[in-house]
Design a protein around this ligand. Sequence first.
Ligand SMILES: CC(C)(COP(=O)(O)OP(=O)(O)OC[C@H]1O[C@@H](n2cnc3c(N)ncnc32)[C@H](O)[C@@H]1OP(=O)(O)O)[C@@H](O)C(=O)NCCC(=O)NCCS
Length: 225
Amino acid sequence: MRTDDPQTGASSFGQVYLRQATPADADGMATVFGIAFDDYRRGLGVDAVTLGAMWHPSFSARVEVSTVAVSAVGDVVGFIISVPPGVEEFRRDSRPRARPRFPEMMGWRNMWRLPATFGPMGLAFARRRTRPDEGYVSMLAVRPDWQGKGVARSLLLGVEGAMVRAGASGVLLHTAARNQAAQRAYRRAGYRVVRTLRSPWTDPAGINAYVAMRKDLEVLRPLSR
Ligand SMILES: CC(C)(COP(=O)(O)OP(=O)(O)OC[C@H]1O[C@@H](n2cnc3c(N)ncnc32)[C@H](O)[C@@H]1OP(=O)(O)O)[C@@H](O)C(=O)NCCC(=O)NCCS
């Protein structure tokens, strides 16, 4: 991560450290998600707090595959959900998951927005899913006041070790074709577009295509004796 003073590591914007998420981080992840994802807010017609609340259970179910970037004062300022090959993204347990009440949160009149947004996304993603030896970056977000400081890059690089150890030859991700900020961050971290995936219709946020991006990883070979 960029620092202003190579001796101390101190910087004008402060420092963050990365760590494995814990269940308590679902709150911070939901907050960052609600603020950072303009597309989802526009598409679903909700505000940042509502968007965060809608996704909170989904973050709780994914803490095992989440890494958070935490500021010096302990705030979650960014996170990545990264799934090594062979690992389930969502925790499977017998306890019933708290289900968000979407109609109450969004309003019944807005419910059409869910399939209108996620239908084309799902159909587009299906055209280039992960292969058995690929890891997957399912989500990446950085709080807007922390963007442009290398947090996303650190998160992307930070999860690569676990991917390699799990035998991944590469990592795949999807993002909206017009999300230039994300693609730039991914390119800087070594990802390249491998496929453009047209959506069958333009979603309520105006997205009509996604890209699949992949980064090759060095596969670990056992040491020869
Ligand atoms: C995409 C995102 C995660 C990048 O996070 P970040 O911490 O700002 O990324 P980095 O600081 O590592 O920056 C990577 C590059 O993107 C640039 N960048 C970051 N945000 C930008 C923005 N909003 N507009 C233009 N460029 C931007 C940075 O300047 C940097 O370029 P540089 O190194 O050549 O100067 C962040 O913008 C975000 O959370 N966006 C909303 C959610 C999202 O789109 N997530 C990804 C899609 S799944």
